[in-house]
Design a protein around this ligand. Structure first.
Ligand code: DCP
Length: 229
């Protein structure tokens, strides 16, 4: 029967009794999401969640991100299923502040990364089907409330150079073609509206150097605090 379903739903429901305004920051790998979020930690009304990647690098001691880059055919399904779980955790986590800001969402996981794995033939159709079923169930039944997506839009070249500069060890096999594909999937979703949008999108030019980002921070603050009213 569906008693299992309702138990799951009420568990997550109880985690989001008083849903705040939720803002997700999206953009290519290396677009500057973490830096962007740091700015908002100074507001007492905003709860900024740390980047989920620290969990992906340490799931009971396993670095799933590293396993995935080293052998994507073997590990992508496992990695993406853990990404889904960590995203659901963040989406449903109760907070006391009126505004929640988080890096990425279950939507970019599905529409950009899982889709790319399927396009590249790195996951089997049946594996894609299972991830899609979990995604469909979660978005239909769990209290995932999004009010604003901030899209940090970069040229793929800019994202690629930033990834090279920061030199995260897991990412040293990343090719320019991969960054171009992930860029296109973000564009298809957030600009060309080829996938369902869960909320309005604020697009920001993230090619700018950090020193020139101030007006963009302000734009985001205005939108966010406006929604709160
Ligand atoms: N990743 C993935 N599948 C997902 C989400 C992320 O394979 N569903 C990978 C891509 C990166 C790493 O995880 O190697 C982290 O990517 P993010 O874009 O989430 O985080 P960054 O730290 O790269 O973002 P930024 O540089 O914008 O702060």
């Amino acid at each position: 029967g569906n008693s299992g379903t309702s138990t799951l739903t009420s568990f997550f429901g109880s985690r989001a009794m008083n849903p705040p305004i939720t803002v997700c920051v999206e953009g290519n790998i290396g677009s500057g999401k973490t830096t962007f979020l740091k700015h908002f930690k100074k507001f007492p009304d905003v709860c900024v969640f740390d980047e989920p990647i620290s969990k992906w690098r340490d799931c009971q001691g396993y670095n799933l991100l590293d396993l995935m880059y080293k052998d994507p055919r073997k590990w992508s399904l496992c990695f993406q299923s853990y990404v889904q779980l960590t995203m659901l955790d963040l989406h449903t986590k109760p907070i006391v502040e009126p505004i929640k800001m988080m890096e990425r969402s279950i939507f970019s996981a599905q529409y950009c990364f899982v889709q790319n794995l399927r396009n590249e033939g790195l996951i089997e159709d049946a594996q894609y089907a299972v991830l899609s079923e979990w995604f469909n169930f979660s978005t239909a039944n769990l209290p995932i409330k999004l009010d604003l997506i901030v899209y940090l839009r970069t040229d793929p070249e800019v994202a690629f150079n930033r990834i090279a500069q920061r030199g995260r060890s897991e990412e040293n096999s990343i090719k320019m073609e991969y960054i171009q594909s992930v860029h296109k999937l973000h564009e298809d979703w957030l600009v060309n509206n080829q996938k369902l949008l869960p909320c309005p999108v604020l697009t920001i030019d993230a090619n700018l150097e950090l020193a020139d980002m101030a007006p963009n921070y302000q734009l985001c603050e205005e939108k966010m605090f406006q929604k709160q009213k």
